[in-house]
Design a protein around this ligand. Structure first.
Ligand code: 1JT
Length: 261
């Protein structure tokens, strides 16, 4: 990735999937800028980047188009071209990531879709003028977009919108040589997962059912991101790539994973 430059939205701490991606890009010679939300996350980033001096940090509420515009302008002045853009942000009111999906209020639904899905569209639009043929956009998604996973609820609907947005953006930008893809990661114990009902059990089921018999770690996403953001994947766009140890393609696997007797 030497000579490539880009920006990552959504590194919260060392456990973030986005940090697994960032480290891989930094260690392979890319110039990486970061966008964060709030002072707390800025100080987390500063600590993570102690061994990577010179990275630019920009504060941004990605649901605010004007702030995105400011970040793009600042990025253009500081760095210039955008070879890669990583969207690793999502939000939903945690009170509704449990129980019955049909009870989701309209405001909770719209906020989850706004921050988790629409932001990819507005982010791609604001950075597009800085992109060139060969640039690559990457988002993060989860299996709950296309199949029911208990508790994922409104986030599943938001991720379905995100995945569809990946395909429509890929169709729009493909003629200019810009690719748009997503990584569908297995469950990872990140800040986003904190306080989620039964998340520990979900992790356990995952590592018992997944063919590779392990949980997904940020480094797995880092490897896939390196591929999708580099010229290795020059022929790939509109793709949702599972990075989940093979979990998604299983129907009934080892019956030891369930307490049936
Ligand atoms: C958000 C949260 C997006 C948690 C997320 C997420 N994408 C994956 N996770 C972890 C997760 C959460 C649940 C789950 C499986 C994985 C928290 C709020 C911000 C957006 O249920 C099966 C609920």
């Amino acid at each position: 990735m030497k000579g490539k430059k880009g920006i990552i939205f959504g590194v919260a701490n060392n456990r973030s999937i986005a940090w697994g991606i960032a480290k891989k890009l930094l260690d392979s010679g890319a110039e990486v800028a970061f966008s964060y939300y709030g002072e707390r996350l800025r100080s987390n980033l500063e600590k993570l980047l102690e061994n990577y001096p010179g990275c630019k940090l920009y504060e941004c509420d990605a649901s605010d188009e004007a702030q995105l515009q400011k970040v793009a302008e600042q990025y253009k002045m500081d760095i210039g071209q955008c070879d890669f853009l990583v969207h690793a942000i999502a939000f939903a009111n945690k009170d509704y990531l449990q129980g019955d999906f049909y009870k989701t209020p309209k405001d909770v639904f719209l906020q989850a879709l706004d921050i988790s899905a629409y932001s990819l569209v507005s982010m791609t639009r604001t950075f597009k003028p800085l992109m060139v043929s060969g640039s690559s956009v990457l988002a993060l998604t989860y299996l709950g977009a296309t199949a029911v996973v208990q508790n994922y609820n409104v986030m599943g609907v938001a991720k379905a919108a995100l995945e569809s947005s990946v395909r429509y953006l890929a169709a729009d930008l493909g003629p200019e040589g810009i690719r748009v893809n997503a990584i569908s990661a297995g469950p990872v114990n990140t800040l986003a997962a904190r306080g989620i009902n039964d998340f520990t059990q979900l992790l356990k089921i995952h590592r018992q059912v997944a063919p590779l018999r392990m949980n997904t770690i940020p480094e797995h996403a880092g490897g896939a991101a390196y591929y999708l953001l580099s010229d290795l994947s020059a022929g790939v766009t509109g793709e949702i790539m599972f990075v989940d140890g093979g979990y998604n393609m299983m129907a009934v696997g080892s019956m030891d994973a369930y307490n049936l007797k």
